[in-house]
Ligand binder design. Structure first.
Ligand SMILES: [Zn+2]
Length: 106
């Protein structure tokens, strides 16, 4: 299923990588790769992020939301209070069990 549009291919690929780390399989589709590229404005070439399994949608959106608005890469890991999973700082929700990060837990 189509998840969302990425602003550009680089960002889209970054999101694919983040989702892969979270165990979510998705693909980057670009309708314009075959043929018309070069004849249309770049902003119309925005790639589409497609989920392989639509059951991953809620978590996938959280992962990308966190990537867009979260702290920069390199921040310390945090441990999920519910399942003990170690998570990167850009995740605000545990991808394993869906528990939100406790803001007091640093
Ligand atoms: Zn958890």
């Amino acid at each position: 299923m189509k998840l969302m549009l990425a602003p550009n291919t680089v960002t889209g690929q970054h999101w694919v990588n983040l989702l892969a780390v979270a165990g979510i399989h998705c693909e980057l589709h670009n309708r314009y790769l075959n043929g018309a590229l070069g004849e249309i404005p770049a902003e119309q070439c925005a790639p589409e992020l497609w989920l392989v399994d639509e059951r991953d949608e809620a978590i996938a959106r959280k992962v990308i939301e966190a990537a867009v608005h979260g702290p920069p890469a390199g921040s310390p890991l945090w441990r999920c209070a519910h399942c003990g999973e170690m998570l990167e700082a850009q995740f605000t929700v545990c991808w394993q069990c869906g528990t939100a990060r406790d803001p007091l837990d640093d």
